[in-house]
Design a protein around this ligand. Sequence first.
Ligand code: FES
Length: 326
Amino acid sequence: MMNIKTLENIEYEGNSQTSILESARNSGYNFEYSCENGQCGVCKTSLLKGEVIELQDQVALSGVEIANNRILTCCCAPKTDVLIDAVELSALAGIEIKTLPVRINSIMKVSRNIIEVELRLPPTASLNFLEGQFIDVIGPNGVRRSYSIANMADEKTIKLYIKKVEQGVLSKYWFNEAKKSDLLRIEGPKGTFFFRGKCKKIVCLATGTGIAPIKSILDRLDKQHGCGNELEVALYWGNRSREDFFWQPSCKNLNVNYYSVLSRGDDSWQGRVGYVQDVAGEDIQDYNDTEVYACGSLQMIESAKKALTARGLPDTRFYADAFVSS
Ligand code: FES
């Protein structure tokens, strides 16, 4: 057994076969994470003392980061006692990851290649989550894929937006075979993409179905009366085709400036044109009291983080959930 300690003096036991992230979870602590397979970089932290063993490839780390003792907690196990600078997320205390059976309540096509799927839990079961988190769906063939939850935690069903993926194994099921009342399993909630509420100005960036967790967060804030109407929200949602804008915010209590952004516009397009991170970058002059929530392609997230932090956003106020392959 090895001792894992953080700068905040959180201490727990680990072993050489279990990732630092998973051992934390087993001890009731939560650190930042999303993909758990080394690709998204959300779990990046500094190794301040000790040595680690790499359990899987740390794809999201650059050579410079590796040289500077940065590690991915989802990929590394302790080889000796270690000291890391990961921050514990107490908001997730008591939220348990469960495996539950669900049935399909409804399936609806919302755009040329996106469906809205509503899942219902057994009457006696419940899923406690923070808006912004995701679940894994385990399909009839045992294949597992992650999808962000698009609704609020106190609703009876779980709503997902699912994009068609050519050659996708689960995609084949969703788009050709799935029907009402089918029995599936889910595991979750997962991830640490949720509203932190440290700032008054909120910038949301989404591409494609990355709008799902943003919708969930905004619905919650709206229900909470926009936190006393003090929040100013700017939402930039990017898509390739105008038909892909299958939703728009309809907040009653929250002040949301919404911009639909087409990567390539045409003469009749009234919205903005370009990449969401560039369009948001043009608009935002001042990053004081601002936090950014980004969900969508890894490319958008990496580029947005680079662009916005270069303009003055502290990287500790950039929260992201990237869609990466399983
Ligand atoms: Fe560790 Fe994604 S790289 S959670």
